[in-house]
Ligand binder design. Structure first.
Ligand code: MEZ
Length: 534
């Protein structure tokens, strides 16, 4: 059971005392200038000292966070191995690296096109950020909405940096994505007459968030996983891709795999390869906690980069405004934005609502950091500080039972520690949630490396430099299917030449020429939480 400190209890009383007065009031949105100011002063992406310039590779001269630079310029795990590429352990049409929502969607679509598909995943199928997504998936499929409106919201939220052709695909394919999922068996929240229930997210001008309570990602992943199993698609689990293989024409042609338990090295030859390895939260950029699953270590970015694929906006990360700040056992865990969509306000130590809670994520996270760091209005927590998210307002607005019905996962997550979010506010602080940038793709999903496709969080450019809520579950479906459809057609024309890892040696030479002699094994594969002092 969580025991509040005296200071926290005293502050909570002020939140309770001001609740009635705050109830029903909507705080004004910030002006463009105010947003720019708070971002420049408080968003972690603006901290220059957290970044360094890349010395080698397709983004040479560009800046990335130190933690990512260490891996992009780290030492390939295959350099010290003798690997026989002449006799592959697997030979497939489409190799999908990653077993989350994007990888599964890609595999299903490629399989639909007759391809012999194999998914390789370092944990189990479905151990992915997809399964951890809570609040929902956007699609403009109501009469008062349109893909054009969805485009404008996401383009503004992304600071007008989204790659237009990718964003166009995202929003125009969104209604179809919902229908596809619905047909596969996803249990979306629906009204009695079968209409989908939709809500707002930060930065949306229409209610277009479709959800499955606050288990949206888990429900979507359950359905995709069933479909992969029903189709009998080969899944090699507990096995990581540690390097891409090319053929002598420089085209992607497979991957070197490592069994995570036995460390056995295996070779997969493939006519096309889809990277769907997800995000990077477990790199804990700038020391932030994360809402991500354990495998989120940017592996796909490293593999793709060494193979010659360019990164787009790798310097922009998403810090979800509301990670749990107490109790310490769930520090950094996601408190879905849906909590704010349903009416919870962000409140400081004196019981004052300090901002409109549905500003875009980057603005909201920065404002929370400002409230704590500059204004001194945060509440001390075990791991740092936080602000209140006043959840009891949800029941006042929506009626008794709303929390149980709409956000049961939140009720349970805090309930385990004796915190009843229907009656008490909760403490939150930004948590590392999403990698806005990633590998650059064309609208068919292919990188600049022939036959190498990317889908899901490993892609950069769809969301510009800041993603809106619910556009990630959408992008894993739209771009997962897209990559699977493209790779599932392309393989039919591919003739793989002799396999080679010469690009890895060339990259290593580039590193040495640049004076970088790193011994850091790359990709990371899993985080290391072992204590360093014994
Ligand atoms: O898209 C997301 O990141 C999402 C739906 C998260 C959430 O707050 O629930």
């Amino acid at each position: 059971m969580y025991q509040y400190t005296d200071e926290q209890l005293e502050s909570m009383k002020k939140v309770e005392a001001s609740r009635q007065e705050r109830f029903g009031k909507t705080l004004a949105r910030m002006s463009a200038e105010e947003k720019e100011q708070v971002l420049a002063s408080f968003h972690p992406d603006y901290i220059d000292s957290a970044y360094e310039e890349l010395k080698v590779g397709p983004n040479k001269g560009g800046k990335v966070l130190h933690e990512l630079a260490d891996l992009l310029q780290g030492r390939s795990r295959v350099l010290d191995m003798e690997i026989d590429l002449s006799n592959p352990d697997y030979d497939v049409d489409v190799l999908v690296i990653g077993g989350g929502g994007a990888g599964s969607s890609a595999a299903i679509e490629a399989h639909e096109r007759g391809a012999n598909v194999m998914i390789v995943t370092k944990l189990r199928l479905g151990d992915a950020n997809t399964a951890m997504a809570e609040g929902g998936i956007q699609a403009a499929d109501k009469p008062n909405d349109s893909p054009a409106q969805h485009y404008l919201d996401a383009f503004g939220g992304g600071h007008f940096k989204n790659k237009p052709e990718l964003l166009y695909k995202l929003v125009t394919k969104a209604p179809e994505a919902i229908l596809w999922l619905n047909k596969l068996g996803v249990m979306f929240d629906k009204e009695e007459d079968g209409t989908m229930v939709t809500t707002h997210g930060g930065g949306t001008s229409r209610k277009r968030m479709h959800a499955c309570r606050d288990y949206s990602g888990s429900e979507i992943m359950r359905t995709l996983r069933d479909e992969v199993f029903n189709r009998k698609i080969t899944v090699v689990d507990f096995t990581s891709a540690i390097e891409l293989i090319k053929d002598t024409e420089g085209k992607a042609a497979g991957a070197v795999l490592m069994n995570m338990e036995t460390k056995e090295i295996l070779v997969a030859r493939a006519k096309t390869v889809v990277i769907a390895t997800g995000g990077a939260g477990r790199l804990h950029y700038q020391g932030f906690p994360t809402s991500n699953h354990y495998g989120a270590t940017a592996d796909g970015l490293v593999l793709g980069y060494r193979a010659g694929a360019k990164l787009l906006y790798p310097e922009t990360l998403q810090y979800h405004p509301t990670g749990a700040a107490e109790p310490t056992q769930i520090y950094g865990a996601l408190v879905t934005e849906k909590v704010r969509s349903l009416g919870a306000q962000l409140v400081n130590k004196d019981g004052e609502a300090f901002m409109n809670p549905l500003e875009t994520r980057d603005v909201t996270a920065s404002s929370i950091i400002r409230e704590c760091k500059e204004r001194g209005n945060g509440i001390k927590t075990t791991d740092g500080e936080g602000v209140w998210l006043d959840t009891p307002l949800i029941e006042m607005i929506g009626g008794e039972g709303t929390i149980e019905k709409r956000i049961p996962a939140m009720l349970r997550m805090f309930g385990k520690y004796g915190i009843d979010i229907r009656k008490e506010p909760i403490l939150v602080y930004p948590t590392l949630h999403y990698q806005n940038g990633g590998l650059d793709i064309a609208s068919d999903g292919m990188t600049s490396v022939e036959n190498l496709y990317v889908a899901g969080e490993a892609v950069g450019g769809i969301h510009g430099t800041n993603r809106l809520m619910g556009n990630s579950l959408l992008d894993i479906i739209v771009f997962g299917r897209n990559a699977g459809q493209s790779a599932g057609e392309k393989y039919k024309t591919v003739e793989v030449k002799e396999l080679t890892l010469s690009h890895v040696q060339s990259f290593q030479k580039e590193l040495e020429d640049a004076g970088i002699a790193s011994n850091m094994p790359s990709p990371r594969l899993l985080p290391d939480y072992r204590r360093k002092d014994n």
